[in-house]
Design a protein around this ligand. Structure first.
Ligand code: CUA
Length: 324
């Protein structure tokens, strides 16, 4: 019993801080939701306390001897008037919040498409030009409200960065919109919040909230073509990439790889994580991912290149790691 209490306590505390917590808000919308949560919990405790006190009171008196007037007051006041006033106040407080996350943005518009099981991320230029394409990582400027256009092609997914705001469903054939306004810099984890198949739990991403000038510099860098391989190992990796036909599914801008099936890899080495938030971005993890993707993410479209020689895998990983 004591162990169970301890376990429940630890589980509750585990959600209190960190980069994927609704209880540690880092954006305007998440803060509104956190305030709403606090008010709701306090009000629920008040209601529960009042009912518990009434219950204790009636178990300690002789109910049949209670004056009729007092009984009526308790029933009408405690059973009807108090709950109606409290629940009415909560409703009035929470209703105006419903549209808050659909506010218009300040300028930046990002289109996010849910795939099975990763995220296609496109930064749309204000002038209607070519989008800057990335994947599995969302970057946003702090202090500005950015608009997200959400959609999906296969099944229903749900976009959720708990530290920044509420969740919004991504529905095939329909565009949903939401906006987010990060209030401090940091890296916050996002997670698909709607069961979408075998690897739903492995459909995560990082959201990097940056100072506005850093964001502008990053976006300009992200819009560039891929860097040429820097050393002989990476050069060999680029040859393996071409020989194995990786470019049929993946695009690397500035090369012959123009596939659209899998994530764009133009600046893959600059991302914080790999495989949609499931592995760190480093050479060993890249080798494991390329060699055993199907084992790491059940039913993923990426085949496991487990027949590749260790040297080829290492060269390929070095090439991708250098695409920053
Ligand atoms: Cu996508 Cu769950």
């Amino acid at each position: 019993m004591r162990n169970a209490t301890l376990l429940v306590g630890l589980l509750l505390l585990a959600g209190c801080a960190g980069r994927q917590s609704v209880l540690d808000p880092a954006g305007e919308d998440a803060r509104d939701l956190f305030d709403l949560f606090r008010v709701m919990v306090i009000a629920a405790l008040l209601l529960w306390g009042a009912v518990a006190l009434l219950f204790i009171y009636v178990t300690r008196i002789n109910v049949s001897a209670m004056p009729r007037k007092l009984a009526e007051t308790l029933i009408v006041g405690g059973g009807i008037v108090f709950p109606v006033l409290l629940l009415g106040a909560l409703l009035a407080y929470s209703l105006p919040m419903m549209g808050a996350q659909r506010q218009e943005g300040d300028g930046l518009v990002v289109r996010i498409t849910a795939e099975q099981w990763w995220w296609r991320v496109e930064y749309l230029p204000a002038d209607g030009g070519t989008p800057v394409i990335a994947a599995n990582e969302l970057r946003l400027p702090v202090g500005a409200r950015s608009e997200l256009i959400l959609n999906a092609h296969n099944v229903i997914h749900s976009f959720w960065v708990p530290a920044l705001g509420g969740k919004t469903d991504m529905i095939p054939g329909r565009e949903t919109r939401m906006s987010l306004k990060p209030e401090r810099t940091g890296v916050f984890r996002g997670q698909c919040a709607e069961f979408c198949g075998a690897s739903h739990a492995l459909m995560a991403f990082e959201t990097v909230a940056m100072a506005p000038q850093d964001f502008d510099a990053w976006l300009a860098e992200e819009a560039r073509d891929a860097a040429a391989p820097g050393d002989p190992l990476a050069q060999a990796g680029a040859e393996v990439f071409a020989r194995e036909g990786c470019g049929a599914c993946h695009a690397i801008r500035g090369t012959e790889a123009i596939g659209r099936v899998g994530p764009d890899l133009t600046h893959v080495g600059a991302r914080k994580s790999l495989g949609a938030g499931i592995l760190p971005m480093e050479r060993g993890a890249l080798m494991r991912w390329i060699g055993h993707a199907e084992g790491l993410k059940p039913e993923v479209k990426m085949p496991s290149f487990d027949y590749l020689e260790e040297d080829d895998l290492r060269a390929l990983a070095a090439y991708l790691e250098g695409l920053t």
